[in-house]
Ligand binder design. Structure first.
Ligand code: ADP
Ligand code: ZN
Ligand code: ZN
Length: 717
């Protein structure tokens, strides 16, 4: 019998078939798959180059239909079957299919972007200097390297060399042992949520769990939220990983967005072929095919960086859980402050829970002191208490971290007589004062990026007295250098670390004790282990208390716990000073007691009462147009679509569609934006609704000439 069109997984190659058609996923903004004629043997999961309009595109073969979906004479032919890789494996195709369905995108829009860029560019195969394509070139390069290494290293045998290099970590304490046992108790699939206070030694637990998996000959996928965290963990993994199932030292590949296309392809290829035993990477690594995958670890699982914010807006953590389930392997989610979604799963018993309540080294968690700023005279935002404490710590030779929440804190330019504030000409957003160099400054919009000069006088009233309002990190750095002239001050924020590698260099200086005061934003809060940090000052946490977003308190708590966790990891007696006008807020009270569970309980009860996630499921439809009215019209039409065919929508009783609203930053780069929230207490009902809605939206969007995007499980609404 010949191949059947619906038989994905049954028939995977057309080698025996007389009629040859392929159904291909392409990364184009059109729904569905595309059929082509093919003259050679081809397998499901293989990549092909096909004509599309005037272009040639790389696509992935999804099915081998007996008969094409359009008249055979209209079919174009495959230009080339790419055979430099084995076909993409079935579990990868399944992951992509799930993601496409779940996030309501076409298979091609999900699949192709998940491949390293060289594997999805037709030109690198067809161009004059293709040289057999990127994979063949990579193989030749790796082969040459391996030979060069082999002819150098004949003095020592690789095995003994490897054994010497492995360093042994500390003995696991009781809590760590219990956590490890809980991971090992997972038979097949299961998720373990590892909640461990900062410095409790979660990494040790991951390492031990990974080592067992490697010894059994399987691979480990290790996800971290940020590029900046990969070097630290890479170092630990390289020194600590022992032998894999082959008896050789386990090998490591690294993947993140800072790599060149070639480097990323190499890491991907090593994981895909199984040559790398461990893949360490940021969210993009979750879609890497790994033939022997045996464990997935998601460190700092609550981190919003796991959510992609453009294109396919997927959550790498959620995909990790699905992938673990599909492969029947354990997934470990680790955090000091788990997302309320994950915590809720653990409370419900869907995830196992292990807790590391104490720091692994014998140092206490820092004292958290709340400074009530309501009746204090602040100097540039600093209370006398904080400035005194800073002096003391500096005198004692300790480091101080001044933490600033970026949100609402950038210095905008304002007129002291009429109240004018610098605003972007293209967006409804303020522009922010930046110092490009010692002598030049300018205004920049953080939404569209446009820059402008600092006006000499107020554009509204002509007054010359324009002042920066709010305290950006730069201004704080300036103030502190006047206040503490002998201290060495470093600033770590998005501005000061724009150049590749500069963040690492700055962090290295801090670690080496070359910095006394560190001024930083969110960037400093994550993962870094500052040995000599005695005091953390938190300046403007309140700006997040009353944010519009219902997740703001959760995020604030996580952030403050994390910042507090930077203090006193090696020296005892460390302190966190939190300045606030709202000392009685539950977030701050829980922080003072280092009480995640208490905070989570309070926050979940609030969410339950308001019917918010994780007690409801959401999707967000966003529309962009030249005129706000157009965007709102589109959303209003979208809202009414189900009224015409409620049954096709799987019944709309469980679906709540809210009114369209303009975005807080309405205009970005001269485009008006508005959004519409859809909510349901039932995930399947929401999925049914969205699947049908997307079909209708596609037609509506084309007719209305409005750009729109749909986000499932939005993190910010
Ligand atoms: P976390 O990731 O939970 O914040 P880490 O894994 O970075 O914590 O561990 C914090 C510190 O404690 C590290 O310096 C680590 O080497 C050390 N550590 C971890 N486990 C132990 C242990 N069982 N005994 C002694 N020190 C430990
Ligand atoms: Zn003015
Ligand atoms: Zn702008």
């Amino acid at each position: 019998s010949g191949p059947r069109s619906d038989a994905v997984g049954l028939v995977t190659t057309n080698a025996a078939s007389p009629v040859r058609y392929v159904r291909v996923a392409l990364d184009v903004p059109l729904p569905g798959l595309f059929d082509y004629r093919v003259a050679q043997p081809v397998s499901i999961g293989q990549r092909v180059i096909v004509p599309f309009g005037r272009r040639e595109l790389v696509g992935v073969v999804i099915a081998l239909p007996e008969a094409p979906a359009v008249a055979p004479e209209q079919l174009k032919s495959v230009v080339r079957v790419i055979d430099d890789l084995p076909p993409m494996p079935a579990d990868w195709l399944a992951l992509m299919t799930f993601a496409a369905r779940y996030y309501q995108r076409s298979l091609g829009e999900v699949m192709l972007p998940a491949l390293p860029p060289p594997l999805r560019k037709a030109s690198v195969y067809t161009g004059k200097r293709a040289g057999g394509g990127p994979v063949r070139r990579l193989q030749r390069r790796l082969h040459a390297k391996a030979q060069a290494r082999a002819s150098e290293a004949n003095a020592q045998t690789p095995a003994s060399q490897a054994n010497e290099e492995v360093s042994h970590g500390p003995r696991l304490n009781e809590e760590q042992q219990a956590a490890l046992a809980a991971i090992q108790a997972i038979k097949g699939h299961g998720v373990l949520l590892l909640r461990g206070v900062t410095g409790s030694g979660k990494t040790e637990v991951y390492l031990h769990a990974a080592q067992r998996v490697l010894q059994s000959g399987r691979q480990v996928l290790f996800l971290v939220p940020e590029i900046n965290l990969t070097p630290q963990l890479e170092h630990v993994l390289r020194s600590r990983l022992g032998v894999s199932g082959t008896g050789q030292r386990a090998t490591l590949a690294i993947m993140h967005s800072g790599l060149s296309d070639g480097e990323r392809l190499q890491a991907w290829w090593q994981a895909f072929t199984g040559e790398a035993d461990v893949l360490l990477g940021t969210r993009m690594a979750i879609t890497t095919p790994m033939p022997r995958l045996g464990l997935i670890v998601v460190d700092e699982e609550h981190d919003v960086s796991y959510k992609q914010q453009d294109g396919l807006r997927y959550s790498a953590r959620d995909l990790a859980v699905w992938r673990g389930h599909d492969l029947g392997i354990p997934v470990v989610l680790g955090s000091a402050t788990p997302s309320l979604e994950s915590w809720h799963h653990a409370q419900q018993g869907r995830y196992a829970l292990a807790t590391l309540a104490r720091r692994a080294r014998d140092v206490a968690l820092p004292d958290v002191r709340i400074v009530d700023t309501r009746r204090l005279a602040l100097d540039q935002g600093f209370s006398p208490h904080l400035l005194d404490a800073m002096s003391e710590r500096l005198t004692a030779g300790q480091q101080v971290l001044v933490f600033i929440n970026r949100r609402g804190y950038a210095p905008v330019l304002s007129c002291t007589s009429c109240g004018w504030v610098s605003q972007c000409a293209h967006c409804t957003a303020y522009t922010v004062l930046h110092r490009w160099s010692n002598r030049s400054a300018g205004l920049q919009c953080h939404h569209c990026g446009s820059r402008s000069r600092v006006p000499r006088a107020c554009p509204t009233c002509g007054d010359l007295d324009l002042k920066p309002m709010g305290r950006g990190t730069q201004r704080i750095e300036e103030f502190l250098s006047e206040r503490f002239p002998d201290a060495r001050i470093a600033r770590i924020d998005a501005d000061s670390t724009r150049l590749k590698g500069s963040a690492q260099a700055l962090f290295a200086k801090v670690h080496d004790g070359e910095v006394d005061i560190l001024v930083g934003t969110q960037m400093v809060a994550k993962g870094h282990d500052f040995a000599n940090l005695g005091l953390v000052g938190v300046l403007n946490a309140d700006s997040m208390l009353f944010a519009h977003d219902f997740r703001a308190p959760e995020r604030l708590f996580a952030q403050l716990m994390q910042v507090a966790g930077r203090a006193g990891r090696h020296v005892g007696g460390a302190e966190v000073m939190l300045q606030t006008d709202y000392p009685d807020q539950p977030v701050y009270r829980a922080l003072q007691r280092h009480d995640y569970a208490g905070f989570a309980h309070y926050a979940l009860e609030e969410r339950r009462a308001l019917g918010l996630p994780p007690f409801a499921y959401q999707a967000l439809l966003m529309a962009e147009a030249r005129e706000l009215a157009q965007a709102l019209q589109f959303l209003n039409d979208a809202r009414r679509l189900p009224e015409d065919a409620p049954d096709a929508y799987g019944g709309v009783e469980q679906i709540m569609v809210y009114d369209p609203v303009p975005l807080r930053v309405v205009r970005v780069a001269n485009v008006e934006r508005a959004q519409l929230l859809v909510e349901s207490v039932s995930r399947p009902a929401l999925q049914r609704f969205l699947a049908r809605w997307c079909d209708d939206l596609y037609r509506l969007g084309r007719a209305a000439r409005v750009r729109y995007s749909l986000e499932v499980d939005p993190l910010e609404i």
